[in-house]
Each structure stands twice: as structure tokens, then as C-alpha cells.
Design a protein around this ligand. Structure first.
Ligand code: 5GP
Length: 184
């Protein structure tokens, strides 16, 4: 487990992690984008097994008990999110390069448990820009957006813990920088 070669992409909500990782796998199909499990409900455009594995709380807890997660965390103080161990190991066996898009807590856990992993922090050009982007996304309620912004403040303060920081000024440049960092 200690020698798993994987890349962790973390960063505050709405910073563009999803857009950048999707673009990266379009350009580099050898990258395997990990599909997390979560107890939150799917958004309108989300499909089970594609965007997330949507689990009930009791199914999620059973997987915790069975040690099926590489890491898991309660994100934004509400729902559980986690990375399943088996698909990552399988992807590596198949010659793919796993990319995990997870939160700060998950990144900190993996820093301890998988020392061979490398950690990238995706940062917005400014906090104001992050607020604007979160407003534009419009998929969350006001209360939810406030909760996410509070988590984002904490996450931004942790950027120095990462091996590399990418400022997401524009998507193509950020994808390019991530690809170089991953030696793709
Ligand atoms: P969303 O609900 O917007 O899809 O995701 C909320 C947050 O959960 C994001 O910051 C995302 O990085 C994080 N997240 C998604 N999957 C995982 C995971 O498997 N583990 C952890 N620790 N965080 C995750």
C-alpha cells in the first residue's frame, strides 16, 4: 500500500478540480480518475457509478468497517466521501495512473498512509474569484454555499502542505501544468 503511485488533487470547493481532471483524462487517457463513494444525493446531472458511487449511510459505514476505503472523511460537516481501495489498486495493475480529487482531510490522511503519493493543490486566483465561481455554479442553496465557503477558507490556508500549487487562472494552462507535474 505504501508504494502506491498516485496523485491527489485537492483545493477548495468550486475551484475547478472537476473541470481540470476531466480535461486531463481527455488528453491523457492513461490517467484513471478515481470515482469516490459518497452519502450525499446525486445532483440533477449526476449518474451513479460515473460521477460518484452514491451509497446509503449504512452501506458506506459497512465499507468503513470492512476497511474498503483508502481514505474517507466527512466533508463540509455533512456527508461522508471516500476513495475505495480496490479500483485504485486495479487501475495501477492495469498500468493506469490514478488521480484522486478529494478534500483536505482526505489528502492529509493519504499523506500519512501512502507516502509515495504526490499532492497538488489547486488554488483560485483570489478568494473573491472563488465566491463568484460558487455563485455561478448555482447548484447549491445559500446555506450550502456559506458552509462551503467556510471550508474553503480553511482549505486555502493549507496550500503550503502540498508538493505543488497550481493557480487556476485558465483551464488549459492549469491542465498543462498538472500533466507536467505528473510526468504525462
Ligand atoms: P461535491 O459534493 O461538490 O461533489 O464535493 C464536495 C467535496 O468533497 C469536494 O471538495 C471534493 O474534493 C470532496 N471529495 C470528493 N470525493 C472525495 C473522497 O473520496 N474523499 C474525500 N476526502 N473528499 C472527497
Amino acid at each position: 500500500m505504501n508504494s502506491l503511485k498516485l496523485t491527489v488533487l485537492a483545493g477548495p470547493t468550486a475551484v475547478g478540480k472537476g473541470t481540470i481532471s476531466r480535461r486531463l483524462i481527455e488528453l491523457h487517457p492513461e490517467v484513471y480518475l478515481s470515482i469516490s463513494a459518497t452519502t450525499r444525493s446525486p445532483r440533477e446531472n449526476e449518474q451513479d457509478g460515473v460521477h460518484y458511487h452514491f451509497l446509503t449511510l449504512s452501506d458506506f459505514n459497512e465499507k468503513i468497517e470492512n476497511n474498503e476505503f483508502l481514505e474517507w472523511a466527512i466533508v463540509h460537516g455533512v456527508h461522508k466521501y471516500g476513495t475505495l481501495r480496490d479500483p485504485i489498486e486495479q487501475a495501477i495493475q492495469d498500468g493506469h495512473i490514478p488521480l484522486l480529487e478529494i478534500d483536505l482531510q482526505g489528502a492529509r490522511i493519504l499523506r500519512e498512509t501512502v507516502p509515495s503519493a504526490q499532492f497538488v493543490f489547486l488554488s483560485p486566483p483570489s478568494f473573491e474569484e472563488l465566491i463568484t465561481r460558487l455563485g455561478i455554479r448555482g447548484t447549491e442553496s445559500y446555506e450550502d454555499r456559506m458552509r462551503r465557503l467556510n471550508t474553503a477558507k480553511e482549505e486555502l490556508a493549507s496550500a503550503h502542505e502540498f508538493d505543488h500549487i497550481i493557480v487556476n487562472e485558465n483551464i488549459e494552462d492549469a491542465v498543462d501544468e498538472l500533466a507536467k507535474f505528473m510526468n504525462l
